[in-house]
Design a protein around this ligand. Structure first.
Ligand SMILES: C[S@@+](CC[C@H](N)C(=O)[O-])C[C@H]1O[C@@H](n2cnc3c(N)ncnc32)[C@H](O)[C@@H]1O
Length: 396
């Protein structure tokens, strides 16, 4: 079958047509599949909200149907999908209660081994209209491997790093798509890049191939290519694929791709690092005592607590951008305010303020920096900053 689109770098390939038919004719194998199939929840019904009629219709492809039809559809595409997946490959499938039980049953019947059911909790979910239920805030993503016996790839260390040093759980709090992801078009069920970022990093290596049989606006492809993975996408809608192509062209511009990669890797709940410059003597004293301090505010004495303090779990010391060392705080999100006199009791000689923010860290175990940060930014190099941990861990 001829590709609908092939990018110049050969990293992004699209097919227009029915997922099952296209996959049956594909001669290639992929390492991982991410599938966001129809959930079958569109009723083409309008609901009156605050006096206004609203329609939550996604499209004909998402029309509510009976369980037999849902099962038949899922069994069909999953059967061929299993054939295009390498023996050591894994598959991720998203859904809600409308389709996810059918998907999980089909997977087991076809010989897949279920590894996890991820709960994606939308951290910014709006209140559910009906007051007859709990608020709907989650979608579910089944992660399964092709074979019961053949081991799969899971980058547990990287997930732990992203999670600030703790094992990552199967409940992910990630916000819904933001306006910066919708600049080039619209898709009624577009997934956030941040979700695909985590899925791809967890289950693939650089250079591997990811297939998305219900690609829509090609969120999977954009995330895959930004992370150095190849992408094959299928969708029956030309309009959606064309939107995906515009998104691919956008990331061919290196300034835009850097920006999107940075946004995509941001985790609004991520663990943060206090980046603090100290001249050599002070640096050594801080490492000796496990105490890092910085002025608590401006010259008028008002306290400065920037957003992210509550997620602070590391301190990174450096001198003029050199000799950077990362240490874990003794207690996450915890800091004290000390007077100059208290710091003097610990052998420090602070000069320019009456009060200081004090962080206690474990100086005995510096954490290896996988990505040496560029700390000589500009005139603000010496100013203490709160930064996300991922900036220092070299994610790939
Ligand atoms: C839930 S959406 C996927 C959205 C996508 N993850 C994104 O971020 O844009 C499902 C997509 O599957 C496509 N679709 C539905 N039935 C299909 C089929 N049988 N074969 C191929 N594509 C299909 C729809 O056109 C729709 O774009």
């Amino acid at each position: 079958m001829e590709a609908y689109f092939q990018s110049n770098d050969h990293q992004f390939e699209l097919y227009l047509g029915d997922a099952t038919e296209v996959m049956s004719s594909l001669c290639k194998k992929c390492d991982v599949v991410f599938a966001d199939p129809p959930y079958f929840l569109s009723r083409n019904q309008s609901i009156k909200i605050n006096g206004e009629w609203k329609n939550f219709e996604k499209g004909e492809w998402d029309r509510v149907t009976d369980l037999d039809n849902i099962n038949r559809f899922n069994k069909e595409w999953l059967t061929v999908c299993r054939d295009v997946l390498k023996d050591s490959g894994t598959i991720w499938i998203s859904g809600t209660y409308h389709n996810i039980f059918s998907v999980a049953t089909c997977l087991v019947e076809l010989g897949f081994k279920v590894l996890n059911i991820i709960v994606w909790q939308k951290s910014d979910a709006k209140p559910t209209l009906s007051r007859n239920y709990f608020n709907y805030t989650a979608e579910y993503i089944v992660w399964a491997r092709k074979s019961e016996k053949i081991p799969h790839f899971f980058n547990c260390d990287l997930m732990e790093q992203i999670n600030g040093g703790a094992r990552m759980a199967d409940v992910w709090r990630i916000p819904f798509i933001s306006s910066w992801e919708m600049k080039l078009g619209k898709h009624p069920t577009q997934k956030p890049l941040r979700l695909l970022y985590r899925i791809i990093l967890a289950s693939t290596k650089e250079g591997e191939t990811i297939l998305d049989p219900f690609a829509g606006s090609c969120t999977t492809g954009v995330a895959a290519n930004l992370l150095g993975r190849k992408f094959i996408g299928i969708d029956q809608s030309r309009e959606f694929l064309d939107y995906g192509i515009r998104r691919k062209y956008e990331i061919e511009d290196s300034v835009k791709s850097d920006w999107i990669l940075k946004k995509m890797s941001e985790n609004p709940e991520e663990v943060m690092v206090m980046v603090n410059h100290a001249r050599p003597n002070l640096y050594n004293k801080m490492v000796e005592t496990g105490i890092c301090y910085l002025r608590a505010g401006d010259s008028k004495g008002s306290l400065l607590v920037t957003p992210g303090f509550e997620r602070l779990n590391y301190v990174l010391l450096h001198t003029n951008g050199e000799n950077a060392q990362l240490f874990k705080l003794k207690t996450k999100g915890h800091f004290q305010i000390w007077t100059r006199e208290t710091l003097q009791q610990y052998g420090f000689d602070p000069r320019n303020a009456a009060y200081y923010v004090v962080l206690h860290f474990d100086p005995t175990k510096p954490i290896p920096l996988k990505h040496y940060p560029n700390l000589k930014e500009d005139k603000y190099t010496f100013k203490a900053k709160v930064k996300p941990l991922s900036e220092f861990l070299g994610i790939k």
